[in-house]
Design a protein around this ligand. Structure first.
Ligand code: GLN
Ligand code: ZN
Length: 764
């Protein structure tokens, strides 16, 4: 029998129950017990619906209130000392690590967050040192396994693998120089043994052990560690299903196939071409092969014919009992269910499959491969054939104007007229910014009132005109606020935007939207990625009205604010029928027109955000050039259509710049702002290494947490930056936009920021 399996499920709940409960707990409106109960209800609903949909191997232990890596760190006692001894409950220590805590005399920043592989999901980076004392504070996998079992559902527990856990971690500040987390493996293994043995004893037949690190180039460095770890774990564990996802194993398959595990999972959505090689590597072993044929990363219906072909190939080579059909990765990157969508047309709805629909797909594909005689299976296969054919027909429509414009892009469209040194003078003449200019990244708090006004507009309770009046008022408040506290380069605050990608998607041709398609970004932050379904173009200006209005209110310069082409692409669900390059260039041309229109409207600085440029980098270095070969030009197409006088800004939400820095420089933006505050300014080493010639604002405080940075802290950061960066290039700004913050902390933080910049002007 070919079994079906799902590697992980969205944690939010069909109606965002978990997000709401977690936030209510933070606001002291829900007790810890009530939070546990809300989580239990969602887990139960997920397990039950996966079972109803015929999934054989249902995951448990993948659920989380904030982040599954953070859960793992907390369970294994990988808790930095700064969170302990403060009188916090374990749950509050956990949340403090995730989001910082500033209340009742406790003041600790959050741990560093990083993007999870090439996705927009952020994980909390574990911190290790020689002092790390692993122990099992609690066995989450076991607890959830039992929780499901009590409901009559036999699950396959999910555990983050030891090598990936260490490899994704970082050396804590107090670790000795050169300390490598992976050196802790011998101490870590006994704790895993304890965890896995307990699962075995509780009756778990198999355990999913996630080692996604195996799809990275760096995994080959850990061959010995993998061998050592799994040789010790296998004898005491339930059957181990080693899962890899988001990419291909490449040569790592040689040692992976020799590990003493029962099954190996590979991602055939991202890397279908690896199937032959993997089959060849496992054929002579007893390994079961789990085929990730249903995408965990996209929302398009799976083409059953293609999936069945891959599955059949594995069945022919290995036999039905050695093949599992699965989601390519956890389904955490997809929304819960299409059932909640009432505004998509029936035609559109028929194109998609969200997590629950994917579960059904997986079970049908597995049944079909098993040779099931159930007429429902044949019906589902036939229905899928019809749906896919209809979608292909729709996809044949293209917009000739847009296609021709992309084909006609010339190299000169990518370059500014003069070099930065010339532009800088011209720009400074019209902007008149002081030394160490202060600015923000764009958004100001998206308050309840703003969200309510938008909701009312959508329900027809507010007219377009009333809504626009409301937005104007918000913009005015933000402008006055910035003037009052003394910021130099102003922004309009983005109150009109529901989301930095969705907002643009809604104004461009070629997108469709969901009402409830929430996907986790970090903690309780969820986004609703738009879906690109056809060629993209800009029917009319998108932001000019708001930016001009904001500029009309003040004599200080106003920065226009756009989301870049690469980020719009990476934070949308892209089409699968044409290349990402084509989609990105179509977006770039639309944005180019917008930047030109902003300049024509009298705006003197425009920021084009590319926070997602890096996360789109392929996981394998060999694939980088291909990606950068269209991603960088797309940004340049969007920003180079203006005169020398327009100051272009860009913003990047990451601090790990080591390898991508030359690419960022190649964008030739006049000013970049980057996230820097949580990474102990390791960025400075990057500058030392490469040098930087254009202007730059490394973020001086972390905006992912409500904590207010002190003036002193900000001064220290500025001083540290000035050890490496020339003063005339430095901007002073927060790490990122302020939309998730409240006004009180925003005001307090920015006042400190402005004061610190004033201090710097006097000191340097
Ligand atoms: N301009 C956006 C904002 O301020 C940038 C957000 C981001 O980088 N993620 O919200
Ligand atoms: Zn950002």
């Amino acid at each position: 029998m070919v079994l079906s399996s799902v590697l992980g499920f969205p944690r939010i709940g069909a109606n965002r129950e978990v997000k709401k409960a977690v936030e209510a707990y933070w606001a002291n409106k829900l007790s810890a017990d009530e939070l546990t109960k809300a989580a239990a209800d969602v887990k139960k609903a997920s397990w039950t619906s996966l079972k109803e949909r015929g999934v054989d191997l249902i995951p448990s232990g993948d659920f989380t209130l904030y982040d599954h890596v953070l859960d793992h760190s907390a369970a294994f006692n990988v808790i930095p000392k700064r969170y302990l001894g403060k009188g916090l409950s374990p749950l509050d220590v956990y949340f403090a690590m995730g989001r910082g805590r500033q209340a009742d005399g406790v003041d600790v920043p959050a741990c560093e967050m990083k993007k999870w592989f090439d996705s927009n999901y952020h994980f909390v980076v574990p911190e290790f040192s020689e002092e790390t004392e692993f122990k099992l504070n609690f066995n989450k996998a076991l607890e959830e396994y039992r929780e499901a079992k009590d409901l009559g559902i036999n699950t396959r527990p999910v555990v983050l693998g030891p090598v990936t856990f260490l490899a994704l971690g970082k050396a804590a500040k107090e670790a000795r120089p050169g300390f490598q987390p992976i050196s802790l493996l011998p101490q870590l293994i006994p704790i895993y043994k304890q965890l896995l043995a307990a699962l075995k004893e509780a009756g778990a037949e198999s355990v999913q052990i996630d080692e996604p690190i195996l799809v990275l180039d760096s995994a080959s460095l850990y061959e010995k560690q993998f061998a050592q770890a799994y040789a010790e774990l296998a004898p005491v564990s339930p059957k181990l299903v080693l899962t890899t996802y988001y990419g291909r194993l490449d040569s790592n398959v040689t040692f992976v196939a020799k590990l003493p595990v029962a099954a190996l999972h590979i991602d055939l959505d991202r890397a279908p071409a690896q199937l032959d090689e993997v089959i060849a590597a496992v054929k002579s072993t007893n390994l079961v092969l789990s085929l990730g044929v249903v995408s965990g990363r996209n929302i398009w219906k799976t083409d059953f014919q293609a999936a069945l072909k891959l599955g059949q190939k594995a069945v022919d080579a290995l036999g039905k009992d050695r093949v599992i059909i699965a989601s390519s990765s956890s389904l955490l990157h997809t929304p819960v269910s299409l059932a909640a969508e009432t505004k998509l047309t029936p035609e559109q709805k028929d194109w998609f499959a969200f997590a629950l629909e994917k579960a059904s797909e997986i079970s049908v594909i597995a049944s079909a491969l098993s040779g099931s005689q159930d007429p429902k299976v044949a019906e589902a296969v036939e229905a899928n054939r019809v749906s896919i054919a209809k979608r292909r027909e729709f996809e044949r429509n293209s917009d000739a104007t847009v296609r021709n414009r992309v084909a006609a892009i010339t190299p000169d469209m990518l370059e500014r007229k003069s070099p930065f040194s010339v532009r800088k003078e011209i720009q400074q003449k019209q902007l008149q910014l002081p030394k160490f200019p202060t600015t923000t990244i764009g958004s100001f708090p998206q308050t309840k009132e703003i969200r309510q006004a938008r909701a009312k507009l959508n329900k027809g309770e507010l007219s377009q005109e009333e809504y626009e009046k409301f937005i104007e008022k918000e913009i005015e408040n933000v402008v006055r606020f910035q003037e009052r506290i003394g910021l130099d380069l102003l922004v309009h605050g983005e109150p009109e935007r529901n989301d930095m990608v969705q907002y643009f998607g809604e104004q461009l041709e070629g997108f469709v939207f969901t009402q409830n398609g929430w996907v986790q970004s970090y903690g309780s932050r969820y986004v609703r990625p738009p879906i690109i379904v056809s060629d993209v173009s800009r029917p009319k200006p998108m932001t000019v009205r708001w930016s001009s209005y904001a500029q009309s209110l003040t004599s200080k310069p106003m920065k226009g604010m756009l989301t870049g082409p690469v980020t719009i692409l990476n934070w949308s669900f892209p089409r699968a029928d044409v290349s990402r390059e084509l989609q990105c260039k179509q977006l770039a041309l639309a944005l180019r027109d917008e930047v030109i229109d902003l300049e024509k409207a009298g705006i003197k600085a425009v920021q084009v955000d590319e926070p997602a440029l890096r996360e789109g980098l392929p996981l394998r270095k060999a694939d980088w050039d291909a990606y950068l070969g269209w991603a960088l030009p797309s940004f340049k197409i969007a920003t180079a259509g203006v005169t020398d006088a327009l100051q272009t800004h860009s913003h990047f939400c990451y601090s790990d710049f080591d390898d991508i820095f030359p690419s960022i420089q190649a964008l030739d933006a006049d000013v970049i702002s980057i996230e820097a505050s949580k990474s102990d300014l390791k960025l400075l080493n990057t500058f030392k290494h490469y040098g930087y010639s254009n202007q730059i604002g490394p973020g001086v405080y972390d905006i992912h947490s409500p904590r207010v940075p002190s003036e002193e802290e900000i001064k220290e950061r500025i001083a540290a930056m000035l050890t490496t960066l020339p003063g005339e290039l430095l901007f002073v700004n927060p790490d990122c936009g302020l939309k998730t913050r409240g006004w009180a902390e925003t005001e307090a933080s920015l006042v400190n920021l402005v004061n610190a910049a004033r201090w710097a002007r006097q000191t340097y």
